[in-house]
Write a protein that binds this ligand. Structure first.
Ligand code: FES
Length: 248
């Protein structure tokens, strides 16, 4: 599979562990789709794009060797990208709500416009990212330690959110996704969740990304709330990169 060598134009620090890298790539990408980013000699990981214009961006958290290598890429150096892969969020007119925790907020960023509300959650203030892309009257921050915004997790934010919206989009760690799913499941709302699993090929060959018969790279990574009801592994267990099943 051929990779596109994308020269990094600029790098912006979003938090002590998260950076945004910008590059030019003349390919249409839809919100929620992902690309595989390869670092020669280290590895390849899936990443959603955090902006989709002529200049595109990825927003990366340093959580292991491949992502650490990407985070340390400097302007003028190359990112090696293939894709885009997977399905995408359903874009709606009207008011909508994005719910992002940690670096999960990055894949939701292309959905933010003047009619978007946001709930952004993190463990503490230094990990809160991308609040600046919202109309500030429309964004609510929650932190576990109360160092910024409302003290508590995403659900505490949802409890005080009292607007009707056309669609809710959710991305973040699976524990948070599962909690939001349980909060919303009996309510009359439309919601889409972006899931994360280990991905090797990105194109439906290796099955490393499977969850209850669905392949995240082809059937996802975005799933409507009704489909999550069919997934017994959702919120419970997943395969590691080496194929070991672990509890979530
Ligand atoms: S990543 Fe290989 S089948 Fe999905």
């Amino acid at each position: 599979m051929t990779h596109f060598a994308a020269r990094v134009l600029w790098v912006r620090e979003e938090s002590p562990t998260v950076k945004t890298l910008a590059f030019r790539w003349d390919v249409d990408v839809l919100p929620g789709q992902f690309v595989m980013v390869w670092t020669p000699g280290i590895g390849e990981i899936p990443m959603s794009l955090s902006s989709l214009g002529e200049t595109k961006t990825i927003t990366v958290k340093d959580f292991g060797p491949p992502s650490a290598a990407i985070v340390s890429t400097k302007p003028g150096q190359n990112l090696y990208i293939r894709g885009p892969y997977g399905n995408h969020f359903t874009v709606v007119d009207g008011d909508k709500l994005v719910i992002g925790a940690g670096s999960g907020m990055a894949s939701l960023a292309p959905l933010v416009d003047s009619r978007t509300y946001g709930i952004i959650s993190a463990r503490e203030k230094s990990e809160v990212i991308l609040t600046g892309i919202f109309d500030q009257k429309r964004v609510l921050v929650t932190t576990d330690d109360g160092s910024m915004g409302l003290k508590g997790n995403t659900i505490e934010g949802l409890k005080v959110f009292d607007r009707d919206v056309e669609m809710i989009y959710v991305c973040g760690p699976e524990k948070m996704l599962y909690a939001v799913y349980n909060f919303l499941r009996d309510r009359e709302v439309k919601a889409e969740f972006s899931l994360e699993r280990s991905m090797k090929c990105g194109v439906g060959i290796c099955d490393s990304c499977s969850i209850d018969g669905f392949q995240l790279c082809r059937d996802g990574p975005v799933f409507p709330i009704k489909t999550l009801e069919k997934m017994k592994e959702f919120g419970v267990s997943k395969l590691t990169y080496s194929g070991r099943r672990v509890q979530i």
